[in-house]
Design a protein around this ligand. Structure first.
Ligand SMILES: NC(=O)c1ccc[n+]([C@@H]2O[C@H](COP(=O)([O-])OP(=O)(O)OC[C@H]3O[C@@H](n4cnc5c(N)ncnc54)[C@H](O)[C@@H]3O)[C@@H](O)[C@H]2O)c1
Length: 419
């Protein structure tokens, strides 16, 4: 087995600059790193991390290594790796990294295999890819990881499906379920960075355009509000009546996708579901419509249907593929239908990943200390972790808040006092 597989080690110094720039905006994680350096809670642990290889992830794996873990990092997506960051981790931090931007699916899978072959004690998953591959290859009870943490909504769904089917092999901490993760990363991170990716890819003016946001979950809420803030007319599509009502009361038009497509200049799917925009919509889809996916897997826009129905395709810009349809219309797909913010942009700003990856670091610590006594279920971090992370973030932002007086505390915990 090679020690690493990255694009070009000559990019290492550029990568180090990029990591330093990002770490400046990650004070919570750096605080945890300092504590880890002293306490070494991960000493003796082999930890396989499968995340987007970006500067923010570099900040996390450097923190896990400071905690004493022997870390290997593999890409969680073939198109999201920042090659300079991968090189820097190998050269400057001696962390084995397997991933380069544009790797084939076979290479991606071979890197997942490397991460599992090192017989990790702990997994850090994003979309449950490591665990799913582990289950599919057959479990070796002698070398079963003690536990895993999961980064995103899509992965939590897969882990819950494993739990329901009784095949979850170890305890999992659903980092996504922490408030300091999904309320900030999914909402403000995806909201800003998905639009940033679309703008970088197309240089389109958002103002005055109709943007359709499919899915009004944490990510969709962020996207809709940011698109509206840039002057877009926003339409939301949903399948959940409560979310649809919320979108309507937040001031957006809500309608089924088959109607929205005839008005859409830009469609961003962020449902975590499959075939949200597909062949059934092509006839009504406006000529020149931009299609993007911000959900974890590349199944939300039916790329296979575009490939099958187009007469030919062109590549007018780096991350834009234009599909020319038999009726003369053209649709522009960004980033091959993969996560638009990571393919065409730099992913989330470090300020939100600071909190997501603080949760990841605490999850690794909790598993290292307590996995042996935790049930084989999907767990969350305790609320105290959210409070600690939010308090540290507020402090870093120079924001102070009130505290309860004793009388207020007693009032909130009593039932006698009323009208
Ligand atoms: N781009 C990123 O960097 C990033 C960041 C965080 C999460 N994600 C991913 O984004 C996706 C959404 O995450 P979330 O946290 O917003 O999830 P969520 O569960 O909060 O929201 C998803 C919403 O989509 C709706 N939905 C499902 N099927 C639909 C359909 N066919 N049409 C319209 N709406 C539909 C659901 O009712 C739900 O309200 C997941 O795949 C997640 O892993 C991406």
């Amino acid at each position: 087995m090679a020690d690493f597989e990255v694009r070009d080690l000559g990019l290492a110094d550029d990568g180090r600059n990029r990591i330093s720039w990002n770490e400046q905006d990650m004070p919570v994680l750096l605080g945890i790193r300092e504590r880890f350096r002293h306490e070494r809670p991960l000493k003796g642990m082999r930890l396989s991390v499968c995340l987007h290889i970006t500067a923010k992830t570099a900040a996390l794996v450097r923190t896990l290594a400071a905690g004493g873990a022997e870390v290997v990092l593999v890409a969680s997506n073939p198109l999201s790796t920042q090659d300079d960051v991968a090189a820097s981790l190998v050269v400057h931090d001696e962390i084995p990294v397997f991933g380069y931007r544009g790797e084939s699916l076979d290479t991606f899978r071979s890197h997942v295999k490397v991460a599992l072959d090192m017989r990790p004690h702990l997994l850090c998953d994003d979309g449950a890819d490591l665990t799913s591959a582990l289950l599919q290859r057959g479990l070796d009870p002698a070398h079963l990881p003690m536990g895993a943490s999961e980064e995103t909504t899509a992965g939590v769904k897969r882990f819950k499906a494993m739990e329901q089917q009784g095949v979850l092999p170890f305890p999992v901490i659903a980092v996504n379920e922490s408030q300091t993760k999904h309320m900030f990363d999914n909402r403000y991170g995806t909201g800003q960075s998905a639009l940033d990716g679309i703008i970088r890819a197309t240089n389109l003016l958002i103002a005055g355009r109709t943007v359709v946001v499919a899915g009004y979950g944490w990510c969709g809420r962020g996207l809709a509000s940011r698109a509206a803030g840039l002057g877009a007319r926003v339409i939301v599509t949903e399948v959940d009546p409560v979310k649809a009502l919320e979108a309507a009361m937040d001031g957006y038009r809500v309608m089924p996708m088959h109607r929205a497509v005839s008005e859409a200049d830009i469609i961003v799917a962020v449902t975590g579901n499959r075939t949200v925009v597909g062949a059934e919509h092509f006839a009504a889809l406006k000529d020149g419509c931009v299609l993007a996916n911000a959900g974890h897997f590349n199944v939300e826009v039916d790329v296979a249907a575009l490939e099958a129905q187009a007469t030919h395709k062109t590549q007018p810009r780096t991350h834009v593929t234009t599909y020319h349809m038999p009726d003369g219309k053209a649709f522009h797909l960004i980033g091959e239908g993969r996560l638009v913010n990571l393919v065409a942009g730099e992913g989330h700003p470090p300020a939100v990943m600071d909190m997501s990856f603080a949760n990841q670091a605490l999850a690794a610590e909790m598993l290292a200390r307590h996995a042996g006594t935790m049930s084989k279920r999907v767990h969350t971090l305790p609320q105290s972790a959210d409070h600690m992370i939010a308090s540290l973030k507020l402090k870093a932002l120079g924001i102070r808040l009130d505290g309860l007086t004793t009388a207020q505390h007693e009032y909130l915990n009593s039932w006698q006092e009323g009208t």
